[in-house]
Design a protein around this ligand. Structure first.
Ligand SMILES: Cc1cc2nc3c(=O)[nH]c(=O)nc-3n(C[C@H](O)[C@H](O)[C@H](O)COP(=O)(O)O)c2cc1C
Length: 464
């Protein structure tokens, strides 16, 4: 079988993900694996029509397309994202239509599912027959049972293609908003006082609705907020995955472009950061993704701690819950407070005017009292993964993260808590006959004893 591997690693052949493909090549000598380094060669693919057309011919001729990529900020690398954009911009959907497809990634399992959801959604938009995803942890290839899983994955793909099995659609088709937004002039302006607000946008991929949303939003304050336009700042290139950042947060691009200074001088100095973005396929533009990937100079450290953040989005976000989850998860891992997400999926311009005005006020109010909503599973789970990795295997490379986590109390393992350890000393006694019965009878009360105490104290405080 002729399998075309679209490699999403910016490192090309020198990639962890490709070791998994190499393994498949060894185990399945009867199949032909053609590897194309998409993320590494994106500039040539974009500039040289001959190269792009040759690749499209290879897609035409193959039987299976295997999307093979490393995780980059809950998705794929910006260059891989750009390749997906090129497919649609150059009307190449028909080339992919009807092909069998599958996805394979390597990562530390940090929002790997959102990247696979994205790739599956794109494959379905291209009318491919998507068979299944395989998300390997970087080190899995060393484990015999995981190698067995990988083999089964490949066998399933081959089997599905040979038998031409019918695949089911998982993600709904995107339905673009119908509103043609015509904003009115705001009646009441929001006073920011000493608070600073910065808006990040990408004018190169901005819809008319977003242009108007941005205008309305900016004019709803007494002082017009600053805009950082990713189309005009200098971005010298995409993240290379070189890991130079690991030890001391240095970046290969330091001094060569505006990415670090934009984060440090604009975003990190603001109280409120609003991202104004237009959806492009099932995400935002590759330019935006590039800006995000490049934030990895700060490796696994929270990117916007203590900020109030929000989104103005033009596009069918309600059809793309995967992206909504990415935004919520990114905010929580950044230790920022996600105030709201306003989209143009409303029926009238008046409604959108009102939504934007409420948004402006809410941002100001939340920033004034420094709101920090409790994290959900998205942030709590994520923090535990990073904490364990930075303490464990990744400490060697990401020494700056280890120092940061220690300094900011993020190495919060439960076994380090003295009170927890003390409590555990009693565990064996709780199983003794009469004690066990008493504990079982009182469990419900015990579960909220401390909370009751807090409420009692609050009541007494208010009586005084
Ligand atoms: C900028 C950047 C962002 C990353 N984002 C994620 C992520 O969101 N989730 C994750 O599990 N791993 C993430 N990783 C880790 C890589 O996905 C992982 O190391 C992968 O195995 C690298 O594969 P490669 O050598 O084929 O490029 C990231 C790495 C880099 C450099």
């Amino acid at each position: 079988m002729n399998i075309l591997v679209l490699n999403g690693s910016p490192k090309g052949d020198n990639s962890v993900t490709m070791t998994y493909i190499k393994h498949l090549e060894i185990v399945f000598p009867e199949h032909r694996f053609q590897i194309r380094n998409i993320a590494q060669a994106i500039h040539r693919l974009e500039k040289d029509d001959g190269k792009f057309d040759a690749l499209m011919n290879e897609v035409r001729e193959c039987e299976v397309v295997l999307w093979a990529f490393p995780l980059y900020f809950m998705l794929v690398h910006a260059n891989y994202k750009r390749f997906i954009e090129l497919i649609f911009e150059r009307n190449q959907e028909a080339v992919f239509s009807g092909k069998y497809a599958a996805s394979l990634s390597t990562s530390i399992h940090f929002y790997d599912h959102t990247a696979h959801n994205y790739i599956r959604g794109i494959s379905e938009d291209l009318r491919m027959n998507f068979v299944e995803s395989f998300s390997a942890e970087m080190q899995d290839l060393m484990v015999p049972s995981e190698r067995q899983n990988l083999r089964v994955f490949m066998e399933n793909i081959v089997d599905a293609c040979q038998k031409q099995v019918v695949t089911t659609r998982v993600f709904p088709k995107l339905s673009q908003p119908v509103l043609n937004y015509q904003p009115a002039t705001p009646q009441k302006l929001t006073e920011l006082g000493k608070l600073s607000l910065v808006i990040v946008t990408d004018s190169g991929s901005m819809s008319d609705n977003l242009k108007n949303m941005l205008e309305r939003f900016r004019s709803s304050f007494t002082k017009t907020p600053e805009v950082v336009d990713l189309t005009t700042i200098k971005i010298a290139g995409g993240c290379l995955g070189c890991m130079k950042c690991g030890m001391d947060n240095e970046c290969t691009y330091d001094g060569k472009d505006d990415v670090r200074t934009t984060y440090e001088e604009k975003l990190k100095k603001a109280d409120i950061v609003v991202f104004a973005l237009t959806m492009k396929d099932r995400y935002f533009s590759a330019r935006w993704k590039n800006f995000l990937d490049r934030r990895f100079y700060k490796t696994h450290q929270p990117g916007l701690p203590g900020k109030q953040i929000g989104y103005l989005i033009s596009g069918p976000l309600s059809y793309e819950q995967n992206l909504r989850q990415i935004l919520a998860a990114q905010a929580e891992t950044d230790q920022a407070n996600l105030v709201d997400i306003i989209t143009d999926e409303l029926t009238t311009s008046t409604d959108l005017d009102q939504a934007i005005s409420n948004f402006s006020e809410k941002l100001m109010r939340y920033a004034t009292i420094k709101v920090k909503k409790p994290k959900t599973f998205l942030g709590v789970g994520a923090a535990k993964i990073f904490r364990d990795e930075m303490w464990g295997d990744l400490r060697l490379i990401f020494q700056a993260d280890y120092r940061y986590y220690k300094k900011h109390g993020m190495m919060d393992f439960p076994q380090s808590k003295f009170s927890t350890r003390l409590m555990h000393l009693f565990v064996p006694f709780l199983r003794l006959g009469p004690v066990k019965k008493q504990v079982q009878d009182k469990t419900k009360d015990m579960m909220h004893r401390s909370q009751d105490l807090v409420n009692k104290q609050e009541q007494e405080k208010r009586k005084k």
